[in-house]
Design a protein. Sequence first.
Length: 487
Amino acid sequence: MLQTLNSRSFADPAVHAQGLYINGQWEEGTGIPVVNPSTGEVLAHVADAGVEDAMRAVDAAHAAAAQWRATSSRQRSEILRRWFQLMTEHAEELAMLISLENGKALPDARGEVSYAAEFFRWYAEEATRIPGEYRHTPSGSHKILVDHEPIGIAVLITPWNFPAAMATRKIGPALAAGCTVILKPASETPLTAYAMARLGEEAGVPSGVVNVLTTRDPGPVVNAMLADPRVRKLSFTGSTGVGRTLLAEAAKTVVSCSMELGGNAPFLVFDDADLEAALDGAMIAKMRNAGEACTAANRFYVQAGIHDAFVAGLTKRMAALKIGPGTDKETQCGPMITQKAVQKIDQLVTNALQRGARATTGGAPLAGSGYFYPPTVLENVPADADIAFEEIFGPVAPVYKFETDDEAIRLANDTEYGLAAYIYSRDLKRAMRVGKALESGMLGINRGLMSDPAAPFGGVKQSGLGREGGVTGILEFMEAKYYAVDL
Ligand code: NAD
């Protein structure tokens, strides 16, 4: 067991700021400041990896690969299960760490830790159920056997908004499949990743199977890894813009890509919806992580008959939220990740207000230390305002009025994204009909939360490629091998 696990508080940022984790070794380094967005203060510094460090990580992942893929799936399962248990035992400290470096309110951070740990439990179970096939050819000439093999070394790149869950959603299936990995977390939130690596070590993950490196300059570092023929998988979660760049880079060595990209989720409320349920769902879909979620409701389309009551109810609930540092017990809405994020939200809201929208609560950034934007509701937003097409990634709810189902579907689909969508209606047939017409990888029907490790998570259009979680998530880290067999 690592000394630090017992000797100092696991939630202390300094404990996890010791540098890169390569081949089971912790290396010194201090190049990247990690800032607490609630205060603007520096929490700790972590190492700034260069291309050489990345290549050492690939060497380590390669050296560990043969032995790891040869382990029984039961062994891999048990390691993941222990990792799940350790995350659960350290849940409160991990939540505190997430809240410190990301700013999210503690209840959101606790929810994330639980969600994140569940990916290890789920993939501990899935590791022992890797499917194969046996088929007859139609001609009768031979038999078809299909095996699934680990794809090889996987580079995992994660965003800052779910520092624990986006990592476990990739590490879990990769390890279950028999792959070794290099995780590159976002430089805004590296401490959680390093903390989890410590727990992985404690759970018995062999040296080199999981490597973690942080860098200020991800382009060259990631490109160098993708150019190495030993790397066969890129699993990326982040913005659509960076995803496009990485797809182009991966094309050079034809690396298999899974892409979990941006979203612009429509939230449809029909006249026949249960208003209170729709408001409850709206608050979850909008305000989980203060709106910093890829599945966050980004556009509220509300039918004319229920529109005014919905706006009034949402305004009341949003205005009542307690804003403050993520780690404060009372806080319901923490800060944004950076000042730049606040500026982007401000620009989108200002543009909407100039185009005729009205803020029924909020509507301007908050002064003082920390990166705060207040919960905001906008009504009378023009359908072609900038805010309708861009990820807000903040606590702003623009509401648009519609008359007919067809109009709602047309407006909802008017985006390059297709990750999540929400529908509130008491008429399930109508909800399913509208749901079928929506271009979206995931649909919440009378539910404001859809994330579940047992379900396939992912988007259509420019929201991504592939699915994480569910029964197919493990196959993203495997290749099918077909044996033509003459029995
Ligand atoms: P981002 O695209 O800026 O960064 C994501 C990761 O990519 C970070 O680790 C970053 O360091 C790295 N990166 C940036 N430029 C790179 C480059 N040129 N080469 C290699 N790596 C590079 O995204 P973000 O701001 O950290 O996260 C927010 C975005 O993530 C939003 O668009 C959100 O919708 C999306 N997201 C999607 C999902 C999903 O499951 N679909 C989940 C969470 C977040």
